[in-house]
Write a protein that binds this ligand. Structure first.
Ligand SMILES: N[C@@H](CCC[C@H](N)C(=O)O)C(=O)O
Length: 269
């Protein structure tokens, strides 16, 4: 039995189990990550984060969704890891190397410039990602942006009137998205404020999604519906996003440490 410590943290209610495996390796598999994330029988979280040594940055951050799938990016967890590290750092993810700056109980993360080409979202067929000629019931003509991970954004008159719990999984698993997709429904309040709800790939409805906020701000700025910086209002709170065409995305928002615990990971399969 090998007992190691972990941190429970959250960014605007999007919560994480963070295991620091830089000194003592922890073997992680999809079934094990899924078991740890289970809120009834495991520790419970939206994403499991594994910190490992990196050859190219200060630390390597691996991200597992609650369903066990390993993914490229997680904005809220990156702010939490930046806060844990305590000093400006470069964090290696599957989606690229990210610059981070911690402040008091918050952090700024610089995501790499977004991609808009259909093959980089990725989509199953060529189309204009700024005005996609597709729809699912009342949700029509989304934009698609890859900010390290893939997102579609639907701008709607009222995010609260969308049945995202029902439509989210249908869109997430549509064959148009060969790697599945994170589904954002957004309402423009004014040129610097947007309301957002997110159905996260591999998780479901969450209180906040950092990369969803970045993708939505980028889509709104690029289509002339908003001007940088933009405040994104999520069910769990607010994030501030800055972006200029061709540049990195700057995300600033809270990161909260909940508790430090101990676990024997082999007990999770
Ligand atoms: N909660 C996240 C996004 C986590 C990954 C996402 N579900 C995916 O599958 O790409 C965030 O704060 O960005």
């Amino acid at each position: 039995m090998t007992v190691t410590s972990f941190h429970k943290m959250h960014g605007l209610g999007n919560d994480f189990v963070i295991i620091d495996a830089r000194l003592a390796a922890v073997e992680m598999t999809a079934p094990r990550a899924h078991a740890i994330a289970d809120r009834r029988t495991g520790i419970g979280c939206d994403q499991l984060i594994l910190l490992e040594p990196s050859n190219t940055a200060d630390v390597r951050m691996r991200i597992f969704n609650a369903d066990g799938g390993e993914v490229e990016a997680c904005g809220n967890a990156t702010r939490c890891v930046a806060t844990l590290l305590g000093t400006p750092a470069q964090i290696e993810t599957k989606g690229g190397i990210l610059e981070t700056r911690p402040q008091d109980n918050s952090a700024t993360v610089f995501l790499n410039p977004p991609a808009f080409e259909w093959e980089f979202i990725p989509l199953a067929m060529p189309m204009d990602t700024m005005d996609m000629p597709v729809g699912w019931e009342t949700l029509e003509r989304p934009m698609a942006v890859n900010v390290g991970n893939p997102h579609v954004i639907f701008f709607v008159p009222d995010t609260d009137s969308v049945d995202l719990e029902r439509l989210g999984p249908i869109i997430e698993t549509d064959p148009l998205f060969p790697e599945k997709i994170n589904v954002n429904v957004a309402t423009i309040v004014d040129s610097q404020n947007i309301r957002l709800r997110v159905w996260e790939r591999g998780v479901g409805l969450t209180l906040a999604c950092g990369t969803g906020a970045c993708a939505t701000a980028v889509a709104a700025i690029r289509s002339g519906q908003a001007a940088s910086p933009v405040t994104i209002h999520l069910p769990g709170g607010e994030l501030r996003i800055g972006w200029q065409e061709g540049g990195p995305i700057e995300m600033e928002g809270p990161s909260t440490h909940v508790f430090t615990g101990q676990a024997d990971w082999s007990a999770f399969g």
